[in-house]
Unconditional design. Structure first.
Lengths: 106, 120
């Protein structure tokens, strides 16, 4: 199975920062990496797919990048509404696997 | 937009079998995959498995002996069955899929989740 190591587990950020969350895959997954945001009591929502493509309706302050098997989610000038838990998901091969999640507080 | 809704028993006993149904709308089961994901209280997301549009299935390696995903396309329903329940199977169980066949490998449609408590 492909392991997804996500870091940090939690972070507190200010509204002026650039927040960076990373996921490292245990083997190559091409660009089959997506990012999700989950707010308390709610279902996860897709933010980014194909490592770098913004999902419909997602603000442009969110972006994704890839370097080899390491993937990053960046939030530029985060808003209070961006608080929540963020997960990466690899869908290169089954079983699909999620990262452990990053709790973001603003 | 695709809609998905889970229906579960709420409370089940240890050693029993769990069955959760996912009813989908605006979505052809023969065209897309339907995935099951669970989330234990205060924990992360755990991918359980998928039934693809051709009826083939794939499962979480650690749970494969306990899981079965099946479907009834005539009723637009997909079913998750998990046997030999433990208390640590207590979780919210989600079904998920996607709105576009072009990006079949992402999950952009989620149900609201079915909360399941396993109690002895």
């Amino acid at each position: 199975d492909i392991q997804m190591t996500q870091s940090p587990a939690s972070l507190s950020a200010s509204l002026e920062e650039v927040v960076t969350i990373t996921c490292k895959a245990s083997q190559g997954i091409d660009d089959y990496l997506s990012w999700y945001q989950q707010k308390p009591g709610k279902s996860p929502q897709l933010l980014i797919y194909d490592a770098t493509n913004l999902a419909d309706g997602v603000p442009s302050r969110f972006s994704g990048s890839r370097s080899g098997t390491q993937f990053s989610l960046k939030i530029r000038r985060p808003q209070v509404d961006d608080s929540g838990i963020y997960y990466c998901l690899q869908s290169f091969s089954t079983p699909w696997t999620f990262g452990g999640g990053t709790k973001l507080e603003l | 937009q695709v809609q998905m809704k889970e229906t579960g028993p709420g409370l089940v006993q240890t050693t029993q079998t769990l069955s959760v149904a996912c009813t989908v709308s605006r979505f052809s089961l023969s065209s897309y995959g339907v995935h099951w994901i669970r989330q234990a209280p205060g924990k992360g997301l755990d991918w359980l498995g998928v039934i693809w549009g051709d009826g083939n299935t794939n499962y979480n390696s650690a749970l494969i002996s306990r899981l079965t995903i099946s479907w009834d396309p005539s009723k637009s329903q997909v079913f998750l069955t998990m046997n030999s329940l433990h208390t640590d199977d207590t979780a919210v169980y989600y079904c998920a899929g996607n709105n576009s066949p072009r990006i079949w490998y992402v999950l952009d449609a989620w149900g609201q989740g079915a909360s399941v408590t396993v109690s002895s």
